[in-house]
Design a protein around this ligand. Structure first.
Ligand code: ADP
Length: 195
C-alpha cells in the first residue's frame, strides 16, 4: 500500500501515519521528522534547513525531493509506505509521480484530512504545551505562517490529486479512532477489529 496523508499542520497526519504503520507494517516517511532529526544531529542538511523551518517556511523542493528519493530506495519501502508531510508543493508532487512511475509503483491513494483553522491552532498549541515543546516552530507567529503556507502552496494538491482520481477525503476533527476507521474505509483497507 502506497499512501499520502495530505492536510494542514495539526490535522493529525502523524498520529494516523503511526497507526497505519503499526497496523500494516509499512514505514512512515515524514519529511518533517527527517529534517528535525537532521537539525538535532547538526548535519549539513540540518544546518541548511533550521532557519527556514523555525519560521514555518518551506525547505527547498530540491532538498526534500532528495530526502524522499533516497528514502524510497531503501528496502523497507518495498511493501509500501505512508508519506506524511510530502509532497507539499506541486513541483514536489510532480517529482514524486516521476520517481514512482520509474519504479513502476504508483500511489494507491491520497487521503486529504481537513479541519477548521481554529481547531488546528488550538491543537498545535496544546501539543506544544503538553510535550514541553522542543519544536522551534510551535509559536503563534510560526503557526500562523505554517497555516498560510499550507493554504497557498499545499492545498492546491487537493485538486491535483482529485484530477488524478486518487483523492479520498476525511474529516480530521473526529476522535482519533473514528478518523482511523474513516481512512480504512476510504482506502478500502481491511480493518482488524478487536473483539
Ligand atoms: P507540520 O505539518 O505539523 O507543520 P512537519 O513536521 O510536517 O510539521 O514539517 C515541519 C517543517 O518542516 C515545515 O514547516 C517545513 O519547514 C519543513 N518541511 C517538512 N516537509 C517539507 C516538504 N515536503 N517541503 C518543504 N519543507 C518541508
Amino acid at each position: 500500500m502506497r499512501l499520502i496523508l495530505l492536510g494542514p499542520p495539526g490535522v493529525g497526519k502523524g498520529t494516523q501515519a503511526k497507526i497505519l504503520v503499526d497496523a500494516h507494517g509499512i514505514p512512515q516517511l515524514s519529511t518533517g521528522d527527517i529534517l528535525r532529526s537532521a537539525i538535532a544531529n547538526k548535519t549539513p542538511l540540518g544546518l541548511a534547513a533550521k532557519e527556514v523551518m523555525d519560521r514555518g517556511d518551506l525547505v527547498s523542493d530540491q532538498i526534500v525531493n532528495g530526502i524522499v528519493s533516497e528514502r524510497l530506495d531503501s528496502p523497507d519501502c518495498k511493501p509500501g509506505f505512508v508519506l506524511d508531510g510530502f509532497p507539499r508543493t506541486i513541483p514536489q508532487a510532480d517529482t514524486l509521480g516521476k520517481m514512482l512511475a520509474d519504479k513502476g509503483t504508483p500511489l494507491d491513494a491520497v487521503v486529504w484530512m481537513y479541519a477548521d483553522r481554529d481547531v488546528l491552532v488550538e491543537r498545535i498549541l496544546k501539543r506544544a504545551q503538553e510535550s514541553g515543546s522542543v519544536r522551534a516552530d510551535d509559536n503563534v507567529e510560526s503557526i500562523r505562517n505554517r497555516l498560510e503556507v499550507y493554504r497557498k502552496q499545499t492545498e492546491p494538491l487537493v485538486f491535483y490529486y482529485q484530477d488524478l482520481g486518487l483523492l479520498r477525503v476525511v474529516s480530521g476533527m473526529d476522535p482519533i479512532e473514528q478518523v482511523t476507521a474513516r481512512i480504512a474505509h476510504v482506502v478500502k483497507l481491511r480493518v482488524h477489529l478487536h473483539s
